[in-house]
Design a protein around this ligand. Structure first.
Ligand SMILES: [Zn+2]
Length: 425
């Protein structure tokens, strides 16, 4: 587009000068400037074909699309056979775009190439003019770095929304800080700053958030830094550490459900009074996370399933032993996913939120045991995850030095109504 404009501008200028000097020259110039732009897409010169662009409709199949475009059954069968290792033609998803490149000058306008885009970056090319072959390619993705900041007035999600940013940032941030900050208890005035990257194709089309490179969260007046660092380039293991190279992960997650869907409906409280029991004190030794029925319940740490049953007031429940000190229990599940003896990793789904046992609404009652006693997990100083390898610590600190300066340099945008009032002398 831009190149087109420049060419046009040059043409006008050249034309203008030519008029003033020599009419013959003008003609020549026009001839030279004449060629139309040659758009390239998927590695093809689109001008060489009749191009048909469409989206897969409900019930469309690869065969039907080709058949509608004058390709015969036997050819379709051959294509399906020859390309099945690269691309399963049954995988066409309704709503995804496809492109047909048809032979120019063919009276039947038969396609010789089918291009399918399962997502905005990757595409599958199936060529079948003479010989048949298929391959998958990706559009070149441009990574653009951005900075943002904000103040929490109600929720992190709300603040990110107000800034017009992708909710994926909220999810990524809750992941990074899942062990450090209780996102259920954010304070009005908490601040965040982010250095993150976004993915673009064709230079201008936004296709999503790439990753958070550095983050800062000021919670209750305390700063929490997080920097992304690859600790294993072969296995592509990436983790987040603070400014002193301390792992931000803990051995335990703060919640047994994914943050976005839930709220805490009842905390650990030894002095809870319940109307149902004549307003008497009835301790609540769990933390209740209300969430829609069917929300995945995840194990908050690595461990072994020691109980998986349906019993009385607990309903469907699972208990996991993490080590000789800690165990966790998850109650009122709609359905359990794990069996006794199974090893589960932190974040693994162990069941789904339901209403079995004594409960008035869908929630998971999360119980946390330390040395055989039920305690409030939010009040525990939980063990850290593995620290950064000592051989990597030096390069990590070097890596984050400029990033920290960058983060510190971001000025937090205050909400409009709280802008400082200029003093009048
Ligand atoms: Zn409970």
């Amino acid at each position: 587009m831009r190149i087109g404009k420049i060419i046009l501008l040059t043409l006008l200028l050249v034309g203008f000068y030519a008029c003033n000097s020599d009419a013959k020259k003008e003609k020549e110039t026009v001839l030279i400037q004449a060629p139309a732009p040659d758009p390239m897409e998927f590695g093809f010169h689109l001008n060489d074909y009749v191009v048909i662009k469409d989206t897969v409709r409900n019930g469309d199949s690869f065969g039907e699309i080709l058949q509608k475009n004058n390709i015969g059954y036997s050819k379709i069968f051959q294509i399906a056979e020859k390309t099945k290792d690269t691309f399963d033609i049954r995988r066409l998803v309704a709503g995804k775009p496809y492109t047909l490149l048809c032979t120019k000058g063919d009276s039947l306008q038969r396609p010789e190439c089918f291009i399918y885009q399962p997502n905005s970056i990757d595409y599958v090319v199936i060529k079948f003019k003479d010989s048949i072959n298929a391959y998958t390619e990706s559009k070149p993705v441009k990574i653009v770095e951005r900075e943002t900041s904000g103040v929490i007035t109600s929720s992190l999600s709300g603040a990110i929304d107000e800034a017009g940013l992708s909710q994926k940032l909220v999810a990524d941030m809750s992941d990074i800080y899942a062990w450090t900050i209780d996102f259920f208890r954010l304070q009005k005035g908490d601040q965040y700053k982010l250095v993150f990257t976004e993915k673009y194709i064709n230079d201008t089309t936004f296709v999503g958030v790439d990753k958070i490179k550095a983050a800062y969260f000021k919670h209750n007046g305390e700063p929490f830094y997080a920097f992304e660092f690859e600790t294993d380039s072969v296995k592509q293991i990436v983790d987040y550490y603070d400014e002193n190279a301390k792992n931000l992960r803990r051995a335990f997650l703060k919640a047994p459900v994914v943050f976005k869907n839930v709220r805490i409906s009842s905390r650990y409280n030894l002095r809870r009074r319940i109307k149902l029991y004549g307003n008497r004190i009835r301790a609540h030794k769990g933390t209740d996370f209300a969430a829609p029925r069917g929300t995945a319940i995840i194990s908050t740490a690595n461990g072994v399933v020691v109980e998986s049953a349906r019993r009385g007031g607990n309903g469907n429940y699972v208990k996991i032993k993490h080590n000789s000190t800690y165990s966790t229990q998850y109650l009122h599940m709609k359905k359990r996913k794990v069996k006794v003896g199974e090893f589960v990793k932190q974040g693994d789904v162990i069941g789904w939120v339901g209403m079995t046992g004594n409960t008035s609404g869908p929630h998971v009652c999360y119980r946390f045991w330390k040395n055989g006693r039920q305690v409030d997990p939010f009040k525990q100083k939980l063990p850290d995850a593995d620290p950064i390898d000592s051989t990597l610590k030096e390069s990590y600190l070097k890596h984050i030095k400029p990033l920290k300066i960058q983060v510190d340099g971001i000025e937090v945008k205050l909400p409009q109504e709280e802008a400082p009032i200029t003093a009048i002398n």
